[in-house]
Write a protein that binds this ligand. Structure first.
Ligand code: DX5
Ligand code: ZN
Length: 232
């Protein structure tokens, strides 16, 4: 592992799936003021995953509450029809699932043509080899450590073996690796040691309400930074 890979900045991304939807804008503003690096937005369609969240209009309505980037996790199939809508609604990163359609390469090219960063997500049961052909077409790889659809699920630790292989496969490409699902101060360190540098956390950030957000984010960041430099 080269020193340049080791130096990729750690980011903590609050997943607003765990926010209070009755006052979404205020809650997103509060969590970003409390130290979140990017807003992680979970878009679910009730088809690719067994849950439904919201669409681009709702996302657009909260885009103004922070200047920080919006990292949009699209758990929808088909996805191509909606990429422009989410780009126009203020996404900075658009992540599609490798399992969600037959034309992943086309979708990634569309995202880059829209001027956005392109991410590819894989579920816990999906091998890393599925995305090897598109490594030069992505800026971000999202390794799910739960089966997508809900917050508050248990971290699936064996995924980290796959993350180690992914990190080696990525080599010196300019790609961040993100983990999503069950990230807490207890699991963040092992994620970083496996090669992750973006950590999404929903329930671990939002637990305890707004007064606790800053301490919750700091605890995850501290665990992640402490694991930096230890062997992978
Ligand atoms: C799950 C979503 C996650 C979710 C994570 O499908 O992609 O972003 O909000 O929630 P926690 O951190 O509670 O596991
Ligand atoms: Zn997510």
């Amino acid at each position: 592992m080269s020193s340049s890979m080791r130096a990729r900045p750690i980011k903590i991304l609050p997943s607003i799936l765990s926010a209070d939807f009755s006052r979404l804008g205020e809650d997103v503003r509060a969590v970003m003021q409390a130290g979140g690096d990017c807003v992680h937005v979970d878009i679910m369609d009730g088809h690719f995953v067994p849950n439904i969240t919201f669409g681009p209009d709702v996302m657009k309505s909260i885009r103004h509450v922070t200047d920080k980037p919006f990292d949009v996790h699209l758990m929808i199939s088909p996805v191509d029809l909606y990429l422009k809508n989410f780009a126009d609604a203020g996404a900075d990163v658009l992540t599609i699932h490798a399992e969600a359609g037959p034309h992943v390469h086309r979708s990634l090219q569309t995202i880059r043509a829209l001027g956005k960063k392109a991410g590819i997500a894989i579920n816990p049961g999906t091998p890393e080899s599925l995305i090897e052909p598109v490594l030069d077409d992505v800026d971000l790889i999202l390794a799910m450590t739960v089966n997508p659809g809900f917050g508050g699920q248990k971290f699936i630790a064996p995924v980290l073996e796959k993350v180690r292989r992914l990190r080696a496969m990525v080599a010196d490409r300019d790609i961040d690796i993100e983990v999503d699902g069950g990230v807490t101060p207890e699991t963040a360190g092992e994620c970083v040691r496996a090669g992750i540098n973006w950590l999404v956390a929903g329930s671990a950030v939002f637990k305890g309400g707004a007064p606790a957000y800053a301490a919750n984010i700091a605890a995850i960041r501290q665990a992640a930074e402490a694991a930096r430099g230890t062997s992978i």
